[in-house]
Design a protein around this ligand. Structure first.
Ligand code: UT7
Length: 353
């Protein structure tokens, strides 16, 4: 656990310098996460795909993952995680719901209004954010902005994805990686010097590489109504090797920016909560940042890559298991399709369960 120590004044000044609008600071007040009960192991996948437990474990670090029910949808995951985050925050209220997802229940409308309705938050502002696996960090920045501008006092920020509904079940390079789940945090207005205050969220994108991760068909470019042209192109496709390199570079750069902005040094970071894309990416990121591997939190072994849910689901799990303690200095970072990436910092607050 870290105490305030050197850099605390700079951190406070940095946080204050990033206050905008009415100048309210967004503070994490609750956390929740949920995965559907059905578990699919590597052995289950090997029975129907040309792959093996050995390949999947050694190349990705994944042993099993959770898969949504046949009649389930992303909103079902988001509602469960959102409910737990609200409970952890000690109140059932929020005046905005921001949902990061790549697998909305329907192409139109957004899924967040239904989630808000089912959580008893009808009337709250509710909308989706599309930034693939970095979606949660984009949604977090959006919630922080709503609070800073005085447009909301409590924001429920959810990352939820049902990626198994989007991957080609016959594509062994994606079907073994992606999985389903949801995670959420509650943001409220708070003290910039207090625990839980979000640092500046560093975000970036590179649309020149949009083809590295893509669902080619079903949008306005290849229209869903022209079924003959779309065919199997409605599945998620990824160029793994180049994506891997980009993931390490982009998360490392964003992480350095976020840690510097907080007035910390990388060695001050107690826990890194990075997007769980591949255990080898986490290892390469730890090397790149010179962070001891023991500070890299991970749950990829039993949940796989859950897209926008990845970071908040890991926060929830680590909090529930006592692997996060109040006062820990956290670095959050993510990367994914777009390309898009981001990072931010916070000191973990004392939270309920
Ligand atoms: O979450 C958003 C961001 N996503 C990422 O950051 C993912 C980044 N990429 C990766 O994690 C890795 O690139 C993968 C896990 C997707 C692939 O691992 P890799 O070590 O880069 O494998 P590769 O694509 O270079 O493929 C190596 C071999 C190929 O066979 P040949 O051509 O050498 O004969 C693939 O066909 O492994 C083969 N392969 C498989 N073999 C068994 C690919 N998938 C599988 C599989 N089982 N599931």
């Amino acid at each position: 656990m870290s105490s305030a120590g050197p850099g605390a004044r700079e951190a406070l000044e940095t946080r204050e310098s990033h206050r905008t609008g009415c100048g309210h600071t967004a503070v994490v007040a609750g956390v929740g996460g949920w995965v559907p009960p059905r578990v699919v192991t590597n052995h289950d996948l090997s029975a129907r795909l040309d792959t093996s437990d050995e390949w999947i474990r050694s190349r990705t670090g994944i042993a099993r993952r959770h898969v949504i029910a046949r009649d389930g949808a992303t909103s079902d995951l988001a509602v469960e995680a959102g409910r737990l985050a609200l409970k952890s925050s000690g109140t059932a209220e929020a005046d905005a719901v921001v949902l990061a997802t790549t697998t909305p229940d329907h192409p139109c409308p957004a899924t967040a209004p239904e989630v808000a309705h089912r959580l008893g938050l009808g009337g709250a502002a509710a909308f989706d954010v599309a930034a693939v696996c970095t979606g949660f960090l984009y949604a977090l920045a959006t919630g922080q902005g709503l609070i800073a501008a005085g447009s909301a006092e409590r924001v429920l920020v959810i990352g939820a994805d049902a990626f198994t509904t989007l991957v080609d079940p016959q594509d062994r390079s994606t079907a073994v990686i992606f999985a389903d789940g949801a995670g959420a945090v509650v943001l409220r207005t708070g003290d910039p010097a207090g625990d839980g205050a979000l640092g500046r969220v560093f975000l970036g994108s590179d649309g020149s590489r949009s083809g590295l991760i893509q669902v080619p068909g079903g949008g306005s470019r290849q229209r869903a109504k022209d079924r003959s042209a779309v065919g199997g192109d409605c599945y998620f496709r990824m160029h793994g090797q180049e994506t891997f390199r980009q993931a390490v570079d982009r998360m490392a750069t964003a992480s350095r920016d976020a840690v510097g902005s907080a007035g910390w040094r990388l060695r001050d970071v107690d826990r890194v909560v990075a997007h769980q894309a591949n255990a080898r990416i986490l290892g390469a990121l730890a090397d790149e940042l010179d962070v001891p591997p023991g500070r890299m939190l991970s749950n990829i072994e039993h949940v796989g890559n859950t897209g926008a849910a990845s970071v908040p689901l890991l926060l929830h799990e680590a909090h529930a298991q006592g692997r996060l303690e109040a006062g820990n200095r956290l670095l959050l970072t993510a990367f994914g399709g777009g390309l898009a990436w981001g990072a931010t910092t916070l000191v973990w607050p004392r939270l309920g369960h």
